[in-house]
Ligand binder design. Structure first.
Ligand SMILES: Cc1cc2nc3c(=O)[nH]c(=O)nc-3n(C[C@H](O)[C@H](O)[C@H](O)COP(=O)(O)OP(=O)(O)OC[C@H]3O[C@@H](n4cnc5c(N)ncnc54)[C@H](O)[C@@H]3O)c2cc1C
Length: 382
């Protein structure tokens, strides 16, 4: 067992760190306030290969593993969670295209994400269907060589910016629940597609999020990704990959929050001493650093199960729950160490504190992760 990163992995991590440290701080606060991504920043990240790093070389990417993607994500989130999410999530769902799409679809949908300026998203959640994805009601009905899509989706990342969105649609309402769904790509310039930006998010405000309405949207049947009725299985594979990304987000955010706290307590004095000299504070720092390292080790192993073809759904759920929870704990303690200063957006820790909460909600809430873990251990509850 070798716990050391390879030379290539160290280089990727360092390059991501240098990019984030150089490019994010000048625009982070403004993007948070304006709730918008800096498009020039996205372009630079794309040119350097940080976007869609896992897309195979044949389609313009670097063909890296999900572990290497996680290394990039961790370094990005250490500096600014909102911008990182906005940049990295522009390929959200490409994992499914890599695994299930036809050769023609791969060229059509993957290459523009890294070589042109395309953005994509994946729409699963609905106003009345969140954790329970198989209660989704958006329908796609075949009409000759087209599907006609009707319904609405909620909290969809990139929906007002995207060129195409992969939509989780009910195509076989008569089938057992998990066989009712198919994934269909919808170009966002099609008649009947409407995305309404959801403003005033608590955190990751630079990242776009919208409600989407489909009103008789017609797409050719060639926009089906993979086979009909396999949508549910396809999104489970996506969740496993994206949960690794969320682990890296959590560890990166926590690392950044800890570093901010350390800087502050080494500078600030009370009772005639640096705050960093009080044992209550020193022990907190020790606990925070340990949580971060434990989360990092756990997610490294969970990511390895994916890249080595031994995907471990239960271990990935454990890592996602744990890294997200640690991020919330560490961000809260780090803000506490800033005292009243941390309560103002002038200090980055205030933004990190707002940004961390989403980690326990998207890609499976913390409760859903525990349902998966406990089902593995106990069988499904009757
Ligand atoms: C910023 C952001 C971006 C997002 N991006 C996307 C996107 O791009 N595409 C997309 O499809 N979705 C996206 N989502 C949606 C996200 O995946 C859902 O919010 C999430 O799955 C939870 O669904 P819900 O919000 O409907 O909550 P609900 O499912 O209604 O859950 C509410 C509460 O009940 C709990 N709960 C539910 N079921 C159980 C259970 N069986 N046992 C115990 N507790 C339970 C939950 O854990 C939660 O605490 C995004 C969300 C956010 C906030």
């Amino acid at each position: 067992m070798d716990f050391k990163l390879s030379k290539e992995q160290q280089d990727i991590k360092l390059a991501a760190r240098e990019f984030a440290e150089g490019e994010f701080p000048p625009v982070a606060k403004e993007c948070d306030q304006k709730e918008a991504l800096d498009m020039a920043l996205l372009e630079k990240a794309r040119e350097l290969g940080f976007v869609g790093s896992y897309i195979p070389e044949k389609y313009g990417g670097f063909g890296l593993g999900f572990f290497e993607k996680a290394l990039i994500v961790e370094e990005f989130w250490r500096i600014d969670p909102g911008l990182s999410q906005a940049v990295i999530s522009t390929t959200f769902g490409a994992e499914i295209i890599i695994d299930h799409a036809s050769e023609e679809q791969k060229k059509k949908y993957l290459t523009p994400l890294v070589e042109a300026k395309a953005i994509m998203g994946t729409a699963i959640t609905e106003p009345d269907a969140g954790s329970d994805v198989t209660s989704a009601q958006t329908t796609a009905v075949r009409d000759g060589d087209e599907y006609v899509i009707n319904g609405s989706k909620m909290f969809i990342s990139n929906a007002t910016l995207a060129d195409y969105i992969m939509v989780f649609c009910k195509t076989h309402p008569e089938a057992p629940r998990q066989r009712q769904y198919s994934l269909i790509m919808v170009e966002t310039d099609r008649a009947g597609y409407q995305a309404n930006k959801l403003k005033d998010k608590l955190g990751i405000r630079a990242a776009d999020c919208a409600e989407v309405v489909f009103k008789d949207v017609r797409v050719p049947t060639t926009n089906l990704i993979g086979r009909e009725q396999e949508g549910f299985g396809q999104i489970l594979g996506l969740f496993n990959r994206e949960r690794i990304t969320v682990c890296a987000q959590g560890v990166g955010l926590a690392q950044g929050a800890l570093e901010q706290a350390i800087r502050h307590i080494k500078e600030r004095e009370q009772f005639g001493k640096k705050i960093a000299s009080f044992q209550a504070i020193r022990f907190k720092v020790a606990e925070m650093a340990t949580l971060i390292e434990a989360g990092r080790s756990l997610y490294y192993r969970a990511a390895w199960t994916i890249d080595s073809g031994q995907e471990d759904h239960g271990l990935i759920a454990m890592a996602k729950w744990y890294c997200a929870q640690n991020a919330v704990t560490v961000a809260q303690e780090a803000l506490q160490m800033h005292g009243g200063y941390g309560f103002f957006n002038e200090y980055d820790i205030a933004r990190f504190y707002r940004d961390c909460k989403v980690l326990e909600i998207y890609e499976g809430t913390k409760e859903v992760e525990k349902v998966i873990i406990s089902n593995n251990l106990l069988g499904k509850a009757k």
